[in-house]
Design a protein around this ligand. Structure first.
Ligand code: ADP
Ligand code: MG
Length: 214
């Protein structure tokens, strides 16, 4: 079954087309890496999947709903309950400790077992620390856990390993793989790092707003 289906999707900013006639299907449970140079349309694509912007043309189905025609309230609930979104800034609240930051992501509806997740991500010993006391890799994991705690159908990440060195990137990627395998959470991450793409089960190449299939 498809998690996402994009049909002839284009996105223009003024008269510049950042995405051109994209056709794409992403199945439930897939771990997808979107690879492409800076300016190729990666973030634009993720913003469309997150439902925070609408395409200029085309249709985007999330499960069986065409989110292009859904109203703001539907999209707000979809973002709140079904999608965990992470970007490279991590956006941890500096005045809250790790546990409190994680709690912020809890929508009190379908939480996964917190203990189990904290252990899976190796964050138990850091729960009382504040963000300034964490390494970059640990911050990334806290941010991932905050997005995951509501048990979303999909985790979407925009260049989340950009601030990290190779070893930390690999560690975060391996954790995402474990999450994908353990909870069947679909994962869609964007990077311009070829090394990261080599760890994924499916790679989509974007160039000049077009999907390159070879
Ligand atoms: P990537 O994430 O692959 O670096 P983006 O999707 O951010 O690429 O941007 C693709 C192109 O669209 C770039 O040329 C960028 O300048 C342009 N762009 C992105 N967002 C906007 C916007 N809100 N307004 C105008 N142009 C934009
Ligand atoms: Mg980007």
């Amino acid at each position: 079954m498809d998690l996402y289906k994009l049909e002839n999707v284009s996105k223009a900013y003024g008269n510049f087309y950042a995405l051109k006639n994209i056709n794409l299907r992403i199945k439930k449970g897939e771990f997808v890496v979107v690879l492409g140079p800076s300016g190729s349309g990666k973030s634009t694509l993720l913003n469309l999947l997150f439902g925070i912007t609408k395409p200029t043309n085309g249709n985007i189905w999330f499960n069986d709903k065409n989110i292009v025609t859904e109203n703001k309230e539907f999209l707000r609930k979809m973002r709140l309950n079904d999608i965990g979104f992470i970007n490279q800034d991590y956006n941890l609240i500096p005045t809250l400790n790790v546990f409190e930051n994680i709690e912020l992501g809890d929508n009190k509806k379908n939480s996964l077992k917190k203990e189990e997740l904290i252990n899976l991500l190796g964050l138990k010993k850091h729960l009382k620390k504040y963000p300034y006391q964490l390494s970059g890799g640990e911050k990334a994991l806290v941010c991932i856990l905050r997005a995951l705690i509501k048990n979303p159908q999909v985790l979407i990440g925009d260049e989340i390993t950009k601030p990290l060195d190779v070893n930390n990137s690999r560690h975060v990627l391996n954790i995402l793989k474990k999450i994908n395998q353990t909870y069947h959470t679909s994962i869609i991450i964007v990077t311009h790092d070829k090394f990261i793409a080599s760890l994924a089960s499916r790679v989509i190449y974007l160039k000049n707003g077009l999907i390159n299939t070879n």
